[in-house]
Design a protein around this ligand. Structure first.
Ligand code: FE2
Length: 205
């Protein structure tokens, strides 16, 4: 697991922003600097701030973000914890020039086993991301038996709510793409594959 994510998860009192491993303009032209400035700098910061103001004095005080997402009832704490977890995994899974175009090793083999091929996996994942109605996320996750799953998560939810371990997530809230792609969600989703850091995703398995 990424050490930045671990420090976030094991922080007991204050939930923190992940540190981006790239410059705000480094993911252009797939994701513009303006989108990173707003999406990371404003939207994620707001979710982190909200969580830090909502949790103290509740039964969730001292709990990890993952534990809150897994167990909180629907409502503001769950929504903001979900978006902190989602966006932390999301922003840390990108690299300006990834070392490889597709996963290798254990993850590469599991994708071929469960989806037939990497190309077919991408097709199914794209269909989930593009077909999700309204705001939400498409996730690749793994269950306790090692089987991979593609799920659509509404709003701020995350596969941990269903006992799954999240590996790769595409944010399809309009705030993730509207400045760069306007209504063309499918174009945005197709371009995201160019900046996935498969080394990071493989380590989450
Ligand atoms: Fe987002």
């Amino acid at each position: 697991m990424n050490t930045l994510l671990m420090s976030l998860i094991f922080t007991t009192m204050t939930y923190e922003m992940p540190k981006l491993p790239y410059a705000n303009n480094a993911l252009e032209p797939v994701i513009s600097q303006q989108t990173i400035d707003y999406h990371y700098g404003k939207h994620l910061q707001t979710y982190v701030n909200n969580l830090n103001s909502l949790v103290p004095g509740t039964e969730f005080e001292g709990k990890t973000v993952e534990a809150i997402v897994a167990s909180a009832p629907d409502g503001a704490i769950f929504n903001n914890a979900g978006q902190v977890l989602n966006h932390t995994l999301y922003f840390l899974q990108f690299a300006p020039k990834p070392a490889k175009n597709e996963p290798e090793g254990k993850l590469g083999e599991a994708i071929k086993r469960d989806f037939g091929s990497f190309e077919n996996f991408k097709k199914e994942f794209n269909a989930a991301a593009v077909g999700l109605f309204g705001s939400g996320w498409a996730w690749l996750s793994v269950d306790k038996n090692g089987k991979l799953h593609i799920t659509k998560e509404a709003n701020g939810s995350n596969p941990v709510r269903a006992g799954l371990k999240p590996l790769l997530g595409f944010d399809v809230w309009e705030h993730a793409y509207y400045l760069d792609y306007q209504n063309r969600r499918a174009d945005h989703v197709n371009k995201l594959w160019e900046i996935i850091d498969w080394d990071v995703v493989e380590k989450r398995l």
